[in-house]
Design a protein. Structure first.
Lengths: 157, 157, 157, 157, 157, 157
């Protein structure tokens, strides 16, 4: 894991390393604070599933990898807010289940929800709610995604 | 068909207390349990905004009015579940903000969320989360819907 | 109305009229067959509401107006097929109600459905079906669009 | 099949069986009427494909299984309405093809449509209509889903 | 390839060949001009990927195949317009990535974009833009689709 | 304008101003670099329309205002990339027209596109492309949004 972190950092520095003035470097080193905070948060919440997403972007779009760490995790998830991690993941799982067009991310966030203490039962309740607001197909597909995640977690143990 | 329409009208009127035939009462009285439970729940959660939705459906589709009371409220919202009303509304507001194609319902549920104790601050946090998962337009439109609801509630007082 | 038809034709010819070889002209004169067939079909099905849509496009995008007449109406609606106009409109209203992001077109096609013999009752049944497959918000918004169209038609009489 | 029915019933009773007052039991026994009617309707329309969906939910969300039987099938599909089963499935297939984010359900309902007498030709006509209202990608993906269902049905024979 | 072209033409003629009056034949022979122009354009832009789509529709919906060639390619892509092919594909890839429910078509058009001179870097920039307007899931899924296309093109060489 | 800038800055500082250590202040002052860069970019591209969006968020969600300036404009639009502003706006307008659920943002970006040199004709070409990929309703609604923007710009002069 440590290896990955370093390689992404190196990568990121490599990208932004051409012809920088000192001023830019200072700015980037601070950008790195958001990045580090985000990277830590991503690992805390999404765990390995999140790291794999970042890893998969490394060659094709290192900058999207960087932004994914910085904005969603370094900024948004790191906010000190009235919403705890459980509530955040309940909101995100609801959104992704309702949209119904982002299955890989739905599974990542079902996983994240379970990681931060949302129970399987609570997640299946959310899918029942979705039957009302996004229709039964979204509810069924969300519930089957939940089922897959539960099974994958069992196998990993 | 005519018969059914009439019986449903009767049912619906029964809420405000007008006479049913005995035959209808037997069938309806059981349906009416889900219906009554749903109607009570709808008023508890959505308040006047919810009643207006039902009222607006009365002429054009009394059966959709009935189902809206029975399934979402009589069944789903009435479930004794690990999710409290606050969490349910957080899930629903997230879903509707993310889909971005159901503004009237989003406003009804922002209202409902405020009714059951979700704070304005928590709702604006949810919209910030949506900027990540459904994009900034959904987040902006959700936040402006929140702003409208807050202003409407101020004026009503 | 005749006036409009002519002005659109003129417009269309004006657009494609610069420096054509004889070969192109022959092609365009036949394109006009699809156009004429489509224009007749559009008036038959959508009536005035459809004509207004075309009229509104005249300045900003005469070519989209042309394509709207040619492909949806000249080609697709003019197909001699096993589906009659009623069934076609039932399919289209269902699609637009389910997507929930094209209210003006939903209203045009609710109108069209009523024009070709689908009853108000059948349309409200379709919206009830949509509560299952696209969720209650889509069903409610579709039903309220139906209500508006019914009222507008009453006022026009 | 009988076996499955029983197991779901047992399941359902097991869930709602703790600490009921007599009053609740009476209510549930009537809920069971909707359930039975819905289960019969589901088998009539969706056939084996529908049963598999319910079976797949059994462990992860028996309540969503129950609601899927009760509301869509026990209530909506069981309505005595001016829409026959053919028309209903045409509406549902149109909605699911247009939304484009619920492929498993689209295939189940293409199957259902063929079961209740909609022809392959009619279904491909619907997809052509969708090219106009939801774009060519939805039309193409819907047509290829139709193709898959046709091939699967051939193999099953 | 020539063989396929001929077989589709034959197919198309076979379908529309029953009991035509002379007038219809004249019309169809010109329709064929749009068809030929479209078929040439489709091969120019989408290459083999596009031909495979058409081939896959041949049995199940030859008319959708015909329309796919005629309207999108014979009409729209063949327009002599201020937009060059590069810009067109940038617009189409953006649209498909944002909708997030048409992955096969997204891959076809990423391929098409690369065919007409859009660079891999430009495509990954577009996906970064999509993170803002359609959310990070659409951006990630679009970027991973880009990655797959790049890898498939490497293997084909 | 200057006044607004200052008030937003003050606002932003006010929010993050409680109990900061010196370290945090250093970080924030650099965050402010993204903010300043973003704010400048927002004014350059979206002009007054963009400023109004930010202004409208001020009371209800100053943090979403901040993020809207920082991520979309400070990060994404400020990238030194192979895509020029024209191409970026073409991509964004395509995405928003295709999604069809973010009309205010579509209008802001049609405006932005015109500001950075995309012509009215090019924008109407993009909408014609959308008729293929997102359906005629999206194309029509996008074209009518374009028409509104053109008229609003005429009136402002």
């Amino acid at each position: 894991m440590k290896h990955l972190t370093i390689s992404i950092f190196t990568l990121f520095i490599a990208i932004s390393g051409y012809g920088q003035t000192e001023n830019q470097i200072k700015m980037d080193s601070i950008k790195t604070e958001r990045f580090e905070r985000g990277w830590k948060k991503l690992k805390e919440i999404d765990g390995e599933a999140g790291e794999k997403v970042i890893e998969s972007l490394k060659d094709v779009s290192p900058d999207l990898a960087k932004y994914t760490i910085e904005y969603p995790f370094g900024d948004v998830y790191s906010r000190e807010t009235t919403l705890d991690n459980r509530t955040k993941e309940i909101a995100v799982v609801s959104a992704l289940a309702a949209m119904g067009n982002a299955r890989p991310q739905l599974k990542v966030h079902i996983n994240a929800a379970l990681n931060v203490g949302v129970s399987e039962e609570e997640l299946s309740e959310i899918m029942i709610l979705m039957s009302v607001y996004a229709g039964f197909p979204s509810a069924l597909n969300g519930t089957l995604a939940l089922k897959e995640v539960i099974e994958e977690r069992k196998m990993e143990k």
